[in-house]
Design a protein around this ligand. Structure first.
Ligand code: CTP
Ligand code: MN
Ligand code: MN
Ligand code: MN
Length: 377
């Protein structure tokens, strides 16, 4: 038998779904710089590099104390050479030259501003950057062709880049709850996403809707939206209908991490109390915001799930994104199973595994249960 590890070295598992990642951890001074490099890699469409930096940061979030020396990182998984160099520089000099240069770069700043427009992805942002555009005002000024989502994104740019508070999320939850119960008594509304993980602020508010009677939930999204619309609560909405059954084996199968629930990407009009409504400085083309300082725009995601898939949908929409990614990777690589936001399929025994709670899914996967508040990987 080998002697036990010195107690100074904590064992950290390599899959994010095997670790507890609390919201507040001890190494923000390292994880934030690493996540800047991850984001930059994302802007460059370098997915391998993006995920490598995200994984490095995530491992540090699971540590029970501050990293002070390179020595503290011994035996930790997922830390590649590049990440280690960045960490070493921060520990020795207080900052990483590469990170500071990245933050200051025109490309990083422009990509951040352009992808910060709701409806604008890395590809469009990169094209606009190469055409010399730097921020949302440039899109208006130069008369770029924008789809409806992007038009709403530019119009409400300032509001949508202001963090949504927990209090605002609760106010929206009350509104959506009313709508849901009005159109379908007995329906269940669950807050998912970052707020379910205990975050104090978010970039949007995520909800999952279901009904204990299987099938009763069908067709409820348009009704919920109409109810909200009639109350004057919606500034924008785009619904995608459920396509799980009809196109399961179709040619246009989405990548397996994209689910096929009926969903709605929306922007809510949230009335605010006087003390919360600071003046919103509007950039070009965003003047609508100036006339209404009594309300703000908030991004809301609504998803409807059949009751039989509700546990999987809840797990899938709670995040974090890295936690979800590693759950699917764990299922595939370690268990020979395929996990989606709808179901868990055992590829060896050729059957689906039913679950009526998140706990059951972790058990099916042979994982210790991790509560939402510790999925902040
Ligand atoms: N999600 C998904 N399919 C999408 C978009 C999102 O399954 N097309 C899931 C993500 O995996 C994530 C959850 O929905 O787990 C919430 O996503 P998002 O709102 O983007 O992130 P949050 O973790 O809520 O963080 P934020 O506070 O920034 O909103
Ligand atoms: Mn490298
Ligand atoms: Mn969210
Ligand atoms: Mn969301």
């Amino acid at each position: 038998k080998t002697s036990p590890k010195p107690s100074a070295h904590v064992a950290v598992k390599s899959y994010a779904c095997q670790r507890r990642s609390p919201l507040n951890h001890h190494n923000t001074f390292l994880t934030e710089p690493l996540e800047i490099l991850a984001e930059n890699a994302e802007f460059m469409e370098n997915e391998g590099r993006n995920i490598a930096f995200r994984r490095s940061a995530s491992v540090l979030k699971a540590l029970p104390r501050v990293v002070r020396r390179m020595e503290d990182l011994k035996n930790l998984p997922c830390l590649g050479g590049h990440s280690l160099r960045v960490i070493k520089e921060i520990l020795e000099d207080g900052a990483s030259q590469e990170v500071e240069t990245t933050k200051q770069s025109e490309q990083f700043q422009a990509m951040k501003a352009l992808t910060g427009v709701f409806g604008v992805g890395v590809k469009s942002a990169d094209r606009w950057f190469r055409e010399g555009l730097r921020n949302p005002s440039d899109l208006i000024r130069t008369g770029q062709k924008l789809n409806h989502t992007q038009q709403a994104g530019v119009r409400y740019y300032n509001d949508l880049n202001k963090p949504v508070t927990k209090k605002e999320a609760e106010a929206i939850s009350d509104m959506v709850g009313k709508a849901v119960r009005a159109v379908l008594p007995g329906a269940i509304l669950t807050l998912t996403g970052g707020f379910r993980r205990g975050k104090e602020v978010g970039h949007d508010v995520d909800f999952l809707i279901t009904h204990p009677e299987e099938g009763a939930e069908e067709g409820m999204m348009p009704k919920v939206l109409k109810w909200l619309e009639d109350q004057g609560l919606l500034l924008y909405q785009k619904t995608t209908r459920n396509s799980y059954l009809e196109s399961r084996d179709g040619p246009e199968r989405a990548p397996h991490h994209m689910d096929r629930f009926e969903r709605c990407f929306s922007i809510f009009k949230l009335e605010q109390t006087k003390e919360c409504s600071g003046t919103t400085a509007g950039a070009a083309g965003m003047s609508e915001q100036q006339s209404g300082p009594s309300w703000r725009a908030v991004r809301v995601d609504l998803v409807v799930s059949p009751y039989s898939q509700f546990a999987y949908a809840t797990l899938g929409w709670t995040g974090s994104k890295l936690f979800e990614r590693d759950l699917r990777r764990w299922a595939g690589q370690e268990r020979g199973m395929s996990l989606s936001n709808h179901a868990l399929y055992d590829s060896k025994r050729h059957h689906y595994l039913h679950a009526s709670s998140e706990e059951e899914i972790f058990t099916h996967l042979g994982l210790e249960y991790i509560p939402p508040s510790e999925r902040n990987a």
